[in-house]
Design a protein around this ligand. Sequence first.
Ligand code: PEP
Ligand code: MG
Length: 599
Amino acid sequence: MAEPQDQMDTPPASPLPEMRFEGIGVSPGVAKGLTFLYGKPEENVGKRSITDKDIDSEINRFENALVQTRQQIIEIQKQIAQAIGNADASIFEAHLLVTEDSTLIEGVINILKTEKVNVEFALVQFAQIYIGIFEKREEEYLRERAADIRDVTNRILRNLQGKEHFDLRKLQEPRIVISYDLAPSDTAVMDRKKVLGFCTDIGSRTSHTAIMARSLDIPAVVGLHNASAQIAPNQVALVDGYEGLLIINPTEQTLFEYGQLEVKRHDIEIQLDKLHDLPAVTTDGGRIALHVNIEGPDDIPAVLKCGAEGVGLFRTEYIFMNRSNLPSEEEQYNAYHEVAQQLFPRPVIIRTLDLGGDKFLSHFEVPQEMNPFLGWRAIRFCLERTDIFLTQLRAILRASELGNVKLMYPLISSKQEFCQANEILQIARQELEEQKKGFNASMEVGAMIEVPSAAITANHIAEEADFFSIGTNDLIQYALAVDRVNEKIAYLYDPAHPAILRLISEIIQAGHNHGIEVGLCGEMGGDVTLTPLLIGMGIDEISMNASAIPVVKKMIRSIGRQECENFAREMLKLSSGEQIWEHSRQVVLAKAPELLELG
Ligand code: PEP
Ligand code: MG
């Protein structure tokens, strides 16, 4: 269970006035500590006036930074060429051209001379205008140029500022991280002992940054609008990930109230810990498999500790992040094998690479897209980059030899796409046979159902798939047309929307009609309020972050399947998500009210 997050000496109440910022609580828990402002270089550029005699030295600094940038790009290009071949490294040619772009160079120098400002400020000013011009163009190749200019000018800026992009791994003291935004790759490197909690101005509950925070058990609040601009470093802060609150300079009274709540929650968690070895079974004997969503071998202890029966979603893309090359087959095999072996005989469902959307590799440039969640993502990327896909499939197949590994493909949109992925899997099997390497020839292969077209044609896909796992994070964004990472429209992102319940119910029916099991691995699986509904709709397996397992298990053990079925039938008739939430809350209140205290 989550432990109280007060891992540093509790900072005293502050004599300064308390400030409260409301956002979206995305990872439960309360953390107290001092703030650390984390930002991308361009977010921290100050304007400094210069005199005529400084102009030459500023231009000189600019020229040196351009040379340094060029050298760095050539170095990265070499590394990538060695790792994955010249074709991909050639993308860096475009970056090199930016360092020689006379419009950019003259534009910056012109601002510097006429406005008499420091070169960093001139660079950011000009880059914004220049990037804007390319971004507005219809032609895709010109829009891609905007991404190149942004990347390169950021690099020039870092070199001017004499600092590498700060990496949260380097945080020395435990802090509350405050940022405008965080990428999943930023969150992935967070050390729970150093990052007590984090808050961002943008983001939403199902962004991968938020999902990662839950996985790491770090209290987090996102969607705080412009909070980061109003906070200074080293201020006393309290992050309430349950209620979505960031409190700066908390008063004695606030700290006292939070202390009381913490004790109450901790008592409930101790009770839930007692369910560790008990199965998730309803009062009338209905079994639901409870599994954990993981990102890599580091999560194995959390799986064992929470009392889950296995892994329902291994997001393999994290193995590809925060590095300067692609992981080899051997490296991937080691990671998959370690998870499978340490959790044996528990099942481990490994999902093939789901890059794109909000997950990118810093070293692997993909063209900037207008709608990345609708673009070259997940299985679409893998079906084109079969070299990368085959390497991963061979590694997963080899790890399957133990017998407890299953594989699933993300973002399947039709039966044909599923079959196409299986054809590549067949090639991987043949390659391993030729190399006389072992694998489980009858490893189960499933489809994630997270695209509305797949949900609607689930009956066809069920003819080919060995199991389904419903990815509600994406299914909701695509079915309701609500970008899952946009805090402005987060109020429309509703897992209990009648359309979503109907889709989930129909996917489960389609799977069961074909005799296959249907699981769910989106974030709604960890929301205990919706557990009775999911049981009632017939879900066989639910996969979630480890800290939600005891809570959901308790709910399952407090209710009968039959009553859930009756309840779900009634809910499926309703036309409003709000009513469905209210009825669902009433069920939890009647059966296990203490669970609602845990967020
Ligand atoms: C989902 O979409 O529900 C899912 C589990 O996958 P991800 O969040 O990684 O897109
Ligand atoms: Mg998904």
